[in-house]
Design a protein around this ligand. Structure first.
Ligand SMILES: [Zn+2]
Length: 550
């Protein structure tokens, strides 16, 4: 964890930012805290112990937060979540070579500079250990130092190219992230994955693009969608559905779920987001997005508990991402009108001044929600550079659009952290926010790391942390109504569970019925149960003594 900021300085920066904004009228929400009900005695004690750990620094705080219930991680790229050690092992299993010069994987035969990846396993000698170390550095941001012409942004995205050539290890990778999640008391993941789409690309290329489509003419979109379907676009839906189904079946086998040997990772619920690669030609992005909507819709119709939504990936500052951004948002918006049940989270505002021209910073988040119908925004880092930022923040808050906050990733890729990051501004104006990891394997972090970092850098209270966790569970894409009566208000449960203790052992029949019909509410109840379990640990004389010394 590299960033250390004075809390007072950050608070000052936020009040300055808010004062500047409120010069044009009151901000939404103001300083009123998000309602979370009256703290129980157990919560109040836990909060005191949290404060004691917070003031002792990152290591004691990490130990305290390691099993703090974290609810969900909603922004996870599966291939970026896997640690390099796993990728090297996989390369060995796939019979690939390691290029000693470029520190990438290569196809056999392994001759000259290429050695079999299997040589980097088992009892390896000193020379191989050095290569192993260098390869891990090459497949992550470990030990990374920027040099002229090679920034952490470049290193970060290069990792995904360097891992190309690996076979399908999805089940094993999902098991790795689920096992890590359960060890951190995280119960739910939405994993971003791109299933096969080469047929869609081919059809789109054959049909081609035209001037009306380039202008996002609605009739042209209708026609193009139909042409793609008529030419067999749906042929790839089954492969996409299977990709997620097989990953789930496979990881459940690895975890022995449903048997006496079931590992704790079985308890982690996982859903998938179909991620469109946006650095293709417009017709190919349209075809991929259509395939994404079709696949997610088919999966939702079958209630197979895998695909729940879509997202767009690849660097937002890339040439094509920047050139076609508005067009992409219009495509997503149009297709959402055809498949309104499919959820949408969009990477938007993963930009910073200097990375792109100022004009490029002015509209991505707004268009993602107004044209692309995004229910959640990934990153949203450049929000204060958008046109009329105050109005945009008001819109995000009033429409309850959540921003997925990825602090370590943003520091690494964009160089934005501390007071330069809009996280405290979002919180101050009640835009819903939750912490996520983005690419924990590439960044060499985990979700606990992000909580420790947020707590220290922004002086968060124990209640603030619970609010972040509850917000994530409020905005996940699990089907069903929320446990909470009002959006982003965690003080009162819905009518069916009114007056009950959330997470309690014996919900009423009414409440049970309600949760039976809502995966979202059941997961929220489970989160509350975990909070109660966590907070119950801090009772007894040993903690009384600790509290008296603080
Ligand atoms: Zn991301």
């Amino acid at each position: 964890m590299r960033s250390r900021l004075s809390v007072r300085f950050v608070q000052l920066a936020v009040s300055v930012a808010l004062a500047a904004l409120s010069g044009c009228g009151p901000m939404p929400g103001g300083s009123r805290p998000i309602p979370q009900g009256i703290p129980t005695r157990a919560e109040a004690r836990t909060a005191l112990i949290y404060e004691a750990n917070l003031h002792q620094g990152p290591e004691p705080l990490r130990a305290f937060l390691s099993d703090f219930p974290k609810g969900a991680d909603l922004h996870v790229h599966l291939s970026g979540a896997v640690y390099a050690e796993t990728l090297i092992r996989d390369a060995g299993e796939d019979g690939l070579c390691v290029d000693k010069t470029t520190l990438t994987f290569a196809k056999p035969p392994c001759r000259g500079n290429l050695i079999p990846a299997t040589e980097l396993s088992g009892n390896i000698d000193r020379q191989h250990q050095l290569l192993y170390d260098k390869l891990i550095d090459s497949l992550s941001v470990r030990s990374f130092v920027p040099t002229a012409g090679w920034s952490e942004h470049d290193q970060f995205f290069a990792v995904f190219d360097r891992m190309s050539g690996l076979g399908n290890h999805a089940a094993e990778w999902v098991d790795e992230v689920a096992s890590r999640a359960t060890a951190e008391n995280n119960q739910y993941l939405e994993l971003m994955q791109t299933p096969p789409f080469s047929h869609a690309l081919e059809i789109a290329h054959q049909i081609g693009w035209n001037a009306k489509l380039a202008q996002a003419d609605p009739q042209a979109f209708v026609q193009f969608r139909q042409q793609l379907l008529d030419n067999g676009l749906r042929d790839e839906v089954a492969a996409g559905r299977n990709a997620a189904l097989q990953a789930e079946t496979g990881r459940r086998q690895l975890e022995h779920c449903g048997t006496a040997q079931a590992t704790p990772a079985c308890q982690v619920e996982i859903r998938y987001l179909w991620t469109v690669l946006r650095d293709f030609t417009p017709e190919q992005v349209f075809a991929q997005t259509l395939l994404a909507f079709e696949t997610v819709q088919a999966s939702m119709n079958a209630k197979d508990d895998t695909w729940v939504g879509i997202n767009l990936v690849r660097p937002e500052d890339d040439f094509v991402s920047m050139r076609d951004y508005t067009l992409h948002m219009k495509m997503v918006g149009y297709l959402h009108s055809v498949y309104p049940g499919v959820h949408i989270s969009l990477h938007a505002g993963e930009l910073a001044p200097g990375l792109v021209p100022p004009e490029g910073l002015r509209f991505h988040i707004r268009q993602a929600i107004e044209l692309g119908d995004a229910e959640r925004i990934g990153h949203g880092v450049d929000v204060m550079n958008e046109d009329r930022p105050r109005d945009l923040l008001t819109e995000l808050a009033s429409r309850h659009i959540m921003v997925e906050i990825n602090l370590s990733s943003n520091e690494g890729i964009l160089g934005v952290d501390g007071d330069a990051h809009p996280f405290p501004v979002y919180r101050a104006v009640h835009v819903p926010v939750a912490l996520s990891t983005d690419d924990e394997g590439v960044s060499r972090i985990d979700l606990t790391h992000e909580y420790v970092r947020a707590a220290i850098d922004y002086g968060l209270t124990y209640r603030d942390l619970k609010q972040l966790v509850r917000t994530g569970m409020e905005h996940d894409f699990l089907p069903g109504a929320s446990l909470w009566a009002k959006p982003d208000d965690f003080s009162a449960t819905v009518g069916a569970c009114k007056g009950e203790t959330p997470g309690g052992d014996s919900p009423s029949a009414n409440c049970k019925d309600f949760m039976h019909g809502s995966q979202k509410a059941s997961a929220q109840w489970e989160l509350e149960r975990r909070f109660r379990e966590f907070e119950a640990k801090f009772q007894g004389p040993a903690f009384d003594r600790l509290l008296h010394t603080h």
